[in-house]
Every structure is written in structure tokens, then in C-alpha cells.
Design a protein around this ligand. Structure first.
Ligand SMILES: Cc1cc2nc3c(=O)[nH]c(=O)nc-3n(C[C@H](O)[C@H](O)[C@H](O)COP(=O)(O)OP(=O)(O)OC[C@H]3O[C@@H](n4cnc5c(N)ncnc54)[C@H](O)[C@@H]3O)c2cc1C
Length: 440
């Protein structure tokens, strides 16, 4: 029997969950008693939910359990910056070749269109905005990040626009950034509202269990998952628990969980809005530097800031870490919006990016009906959606070019065990953060 020792926690005040329209609705029950399923999926984030949908589409009669330690929308899928990115992203900058980039684009846009279909058919109220995104630089030295992004875009013929100076200030409502590259295909959402809406619309053959942490796995025929006061027996187990996947004993030395933090302000007053943002549409900015800040102006007139990168071996944040993040977010926010200094943050929270060193995901048949998925490198809303979809195809013998591509490009490179991983990660993250300067 393999025991789980680290479990997800709430990690602060979860802004997107707290502001999701239906957060009071209970989507799944706690797992109690003994149950049998054909397939048990651990993790109800974008990856697990996508897999559940696709598996149920292919096998309408299959009994599927979808299990999460938290409520849906409280995990990383509900804590992120809410960008559904169509293009190969700087955090996910794997092989820089045109064919590879075009394939990633195809997979990302496939995921965006699938999410859009669900959003429309289930009428999910998640502030979905087809507004593209800006990659921006404040520091002169970080303009090189924009140049290399432009090279990638040009090489593959992706649409983009360079926006600078006054024109950029007019669009963003701040003059903080020197220049930006605007690309139109990105979508912005409240990610917690989106994942909750998706989970609420799952077909009847999928049983959702929330606040039900898997405490141990006993591999056999069937496999047995243990909970406090309950058990699931299933022939097939899918582990889609992101940074927690190593806990189930089938994955080691492939992922590096990196903590990052986000804050969301209170909404602008009508006066602040009419003085500074009247002509400004909601927007999202990622940084030209990989350790720089992500910033958004949301549809409900809040400002969102994400930055800080750290390695927490316990896979949970500390109060000290949250406070440090809050202080950095204040500095980043006030530097960009000095005229909004009086605005408070309503929420500050943390979450994990599940990184692989060569940017290839974990997409693995571990044998005997156990499948592993993860390593989304900070772009898991789209990536988790397509990984889940194509893993369901793979499990059912459905072949395609996209699946072939994923199978050929899912060999995450070796990551040293702790304490070397912890020391290496902290040094690297400190180095990157030092270089980002005013783009943090
Ligand atoms: C602050 C931040 C900003 C980000 N910004 C973006 C962005 O703008 N765009 C983007 O695409 N990506 C972004 N990411 C990354 C993105 O959130 C992830 O890649 C994505 O959530 C991965 O989805 P997933 O379903 O694989 O994992 P998760 O969303 O982590 O889902 C896994 C689930 O497994 C559950 N679980 C773990 N252990 C157990 C257990 N023992 N028993 C039961 N359940 C368990 C967890 O509770 C969790 O809900 C960001 C991440 C962070 C932290």
C-alpha cells in the first residue's frame, strides 16, 4: 500500500473562487463507504475534468469517479491567472522550431474551442473574454524578451502587433510599460468559475467527490483508493493531481513544483473608474521576463497581480510566504498604478506551477491500468484540457496525429531528488527573479 503524505491545502484567500458566481453550490459529495467504478480519476482540475468528459463521450456506459481533495475551483485550476493561451508561451518555451510551435498552437486552439463549446452549451458564467493578451516589458534590458517572442511569432506566421508609448498607456491605463506585443487569440476568464461550471455539467455517468483526499493507493486488480471512511475500487486509475502526482508512488524525478502567488484588489470605485479607466477595456499582461509579473484589469474592475516564485517542499504555503507575496504584490501594484495606492487587496493566495525541465508533459501509461498526467508548465488551462482529452483517446485506442505528437513529445527530463531539487530550484528562481528587475 502506498501512503500519501502531502495533501493540497487552501493556501490563502482564493480570489477567483470567492468571486465565482455559484461558489455556494455544492457540486460533489464527500466520499464515504465502499464504491466500485470502472475508472477513478484523482484530481478535478482542467486535466481530470477534461479526461472525464472525453472518456464518458467515448464510453457512455462507463462508471467514472472524479475525486478531489478540495472543492472544485479551489485547486490550482481555480487559482491561476485565468489566461487560456493559444500560442507557445515563454514559460512553456520548449523546442523552438516552427513545426513544433504550430502543433502546440493547434493543440491550444483545439482546447480553447472545446472549452468555449462547453461554456456556451452549459451557459457558464465565468467572465469569458476574447481579448487576446499583451506581453510587456518595463525594463529596457527585458525588451530582448519581446524580440525573441516576435521571432517565434514571425517564424510561424502568427498574428501580432507591437504597441508602445502613449498608445499602450491608452489601452492599459498605466504608463508603466515601455512596449508590448499584443496577440489576439488568448482568452481571459475567472478560472474558478470556468472549472466549476464544467464540473457542474458533467454527464450522469461521472460521480464527483469533493473534499475527499486520497490517503493511500493499493495497486492490484482492482486498484483500491483509500479515504477517511471510504474506499474506491477501480480497474483503471488516472492520476491527474498535478504537483501532487508523486504522492501516489508511480512518478518520481520528473516534476518540479514551483510556488507562485496572486492578489486581487477590491473593485474600482465609480470615481476611480471614470478618472483612469473609462476608455480602457479589460486586459491581461504577461511579462517579457519569465520571472516577471502577470497583471490583469478584470471585467468586474479589479486589478490582479501574480508574481514571486519559490520552492516549498511541503507543497503548501506558509503564512510568512503569503505575507511576503502580499508585500511584493503591493510594490508591483503601486509601481504600475501609483494613482490607486489607496486600493486594498481583497485576496492574496498561493498555488503551484508543476514544471518539467524540458517543458514536455507527463503523459504516461504506467501499466496495469494506471495512467499519469501533468507537468503543464504554467499553461495548464489549455494544456491540461488537451492532455486529458487525448489521454482518454489513448486509453481507448483512438489514434490521431495530435495523440501521436503528444506520445512522441512527452518525455520529461530527469529532475534530481530532494534536497538537490530544492537547492537547485531555489538558486535558479532567485537568479531569475533578480534579473527581472522592475518587471516583477
Ligand atoms: C498563480 C498561478 C497562475 C497561473 N496562471 C496560469 C494561466 O494564466 N494560464 C494557464 O494556463 N495556467 C496557469 N497556471 C497553471 C495552471 O493553473 C495549471 O497548469 C493547471 O491548474 C493544471 O491543471 P491540472 O488539472 O493538471 O491540475 P490542478 O488544477 O492542480 O488539479 C489537480 C487536483 O488534484 C487534487 N489533488 C491533489 N492531491 C490529491 C489527493 N491526494 N486526493 C484527491 N485530490 C487530490 C487537487 O486538489 C487539485 O484540485 C497558473 C498557476 C498558478 C499557481
Amino acid at each position: 500500500m502506498h501512503k500519501v503524505s502531502r495533501l493540497p491545502r487552501i493556501d490563502g484567500d482564493l480570489g477567483w473562487f470567492e468571486t465565482a458566481p455559484d461558489r455556494q453550490i455544492r457540486l460533489g459529495k464527500r466520499l464515504k463507504g465502499v464504491h466500485q467504478f470502472d475508472v477513478a480519476i484523482i484530481g478535478a482540475g482542467f486535466t481530470g475534468v477534461s479526461l472525464a468528459y472525453r472518456y464518458a463521450e467515448i464510453n457512455p456506459g462507463a462508471r467514472i469517479a472524479l475525486i478531489d481533495a478540495l472543492q472544485v475551483g479551489q485547486g490550482t485550476s481555480g487559482r491561476n491567472s485565468g489566461f487560456i493561451i493559444d500560442l507557445p508561451h515563454n514559460l512553456d518555451a520548449g523546442k523552438p522550431d516552427v513545426e513544433h510551435d504550430r502543433r502546440l498552437y493547434q493543440l491550444n486552439t483545439f482546447a480553447i474551442e472545446r472549452l468555449r463549446q462547453f461554456k456556451n452549451s452549459l451557459d457558464i458564467n465565468c467572465s469569458w473574454l476574447d481579448v487576446g493578451k499583451y506581453m510587456a516589458a518595463h525594463e529596457e534590458r527585458n525588451l530582448s524578451g519581446l524580440d525573441s517572442f516576435i521571432q517565434t511569432l514571425k517564424a510561424s506566421n502568427f498574428e501580432y502587433e507591437v504597441v508602445e508609448g502613449k498608445a499602450l498607456e491608452k489601452r492599459l491605463g498605466t504608463n508603466y510599460y515601455r512596449a508590448a506585443v499584443y496577440t489576439p487569440g488568448n482568452v481571459l476568464v475567472n478560472p474558478s468559475a470556468l472549472i466549476r461550471g464544467l464540473a457542474a455539467g458533467l454527464p450522469k455517468s461521472v460521480s464527483l467527490f469533493e473534499e475527499s483526499p486520497v490517503m493511500a493507493c493499493e495497486y492490484g486488480s482492482p486498484h483500491v483508493l483509500k479515504f477517511v471512511g471510504g474506499t474506491i475500487k477501480a480497474k483503471v486509475v488516472v492520476q491527474a493531481a498535478n504537483s501532487f502526482n508523486e504522492e501516489f508512488g508511480k512518478l518520481s524525478n520528473r516534476i518540479a513544483p514551483v510556488f507562485t502567488y496572486a492578489s486581487l484588489t477590491e473593485p474600482l470605485t465609480d470615481k476611480q473608474y471614470s478618472e483612469h479607466f473609462k476608455a480602457v477595456q479589460p486586459w491581461g499582461v504577461t511579462s517579457a521576463h519569465p520571472a516577471g509579473a502577470t497583471v490583469r484589469f478584470t471585467a468586474d474592475r479589479r486589478i490582479f497581480v501574480r508574481n514571486m516564485l519559490d520552492f516549498e517542499p511541503g507543497l503548501q504555503s506558509t503564512q510568512e510566504g503569503l505575507h511576503k507575496a502580499w508585500m511584493q504584490h503591493r510594490r508591483s501594484f503601486e509601481a504600475r498604478f501609483p494613482f490607486l495606492k489607496s486600493m486594498a487587496f481583497d485576496f492574496t493566495w498561493g498555488g503551484m506551477l508543476c514544471m518539467t525541465l524540458n517543458h514536455e508533459p507527463v503523459f504516461k501509461d504506467a501499466g496495469d491500468g494506471v495512467y499519469l498526467l501533468g507537468g503543464c508548465n504554467g499553461v495548464g488551462v489549455a494544456k491540461g484540457t488537451y492532455l486529458g482529452y487525448y489521454m482518454a483517446d489513448h486509453m481507448n485506442g483512438i489514434k490521431s496525429d495530435n495523440l501521436g505528437f503528444l506520445l512522441a513529445n512527452s518525455k520529461p527530463s530527469w529532475v534530481p531528488p530532494d534536497p538537490f531539487r530544492k537547492v537547485g530550484a531555489r538558486l535558479r528562481l532567485k537568479y531569475e527573479s533578480g534579473n527581472a528587475g522592475g518587471d516583477i
